[in-house]
Design a protein. Structure first.
Length: 153
């Protein structure tokens, strides 16, 4: 009988943890990740970041066990019309009440030095680090077939 009593507190704790996460002003929708080819050493993740809070937040970094380094990147087209990726050290401002989109040809989370190439439907654990919301842990499904915008990575 005591067994049942011991079980209850941990269940209550788990429920609390879920609620705490749901209360965060930051929510991530429609995330997916991709890498190119079987020998890819790099990959990228794209997503929609929803800030339902009253104050601006800022995505300042990301970490993941799947890669040696994770950076926040954007694309810029230089004077010769060549698109290149830039490491955005100051991160991305997520305005209050707005949705900020990381998409192909634009801002993205970059994985460098992959431990192994991404496989279709694999879930990539990523911790996003926000100035206000702190660390937000997400799982990003790999979708190699997904079509991007006009630009490819
Ligand atoms: Cu990049």
């Amino acid at each position: 009988m005591t067994f049942k009593f011991k079980l209850l507190p941990s269940l209550a704790l788990a429920a609390f943890a879920t609620t705490a996460f749901a209360d965060s002003a930051i929510k991530v929708d429609d995330a997916y990740a991709r890498s190119t080819g079987k020998h890819a050493k790099a990959g990228a993740a794209f997503m929609m970041i929803v800030n339902s809070g009253d104050s601006d937040d800022r995505l300042i970094g990301a970490t993941s066990d799947v890669a040696g380094r994770v950076e926040l990147h954007t694309h810029e087209v230089d004077d010769n019309g060549v698109a290149k990726m830039i490491h955005v050290e100051e991160g991305f401002v997520i305005p209050a009440g707005a949705t900020y989109t990381l998409e192909r040809g634009g801002d993205h989370v970059m994985f460098m030095g992959l431990n192994q190439p991404f496989e279709q439907d694999q879930k990539i654990p990523v911790t996003l680090i926000f100035e206000q919301a702190g660390e937000v842990e997400i799982e990003v499904p790999v979708d190699l077939d997904r079509k991007g915008g006009a630009h490819s990575h």
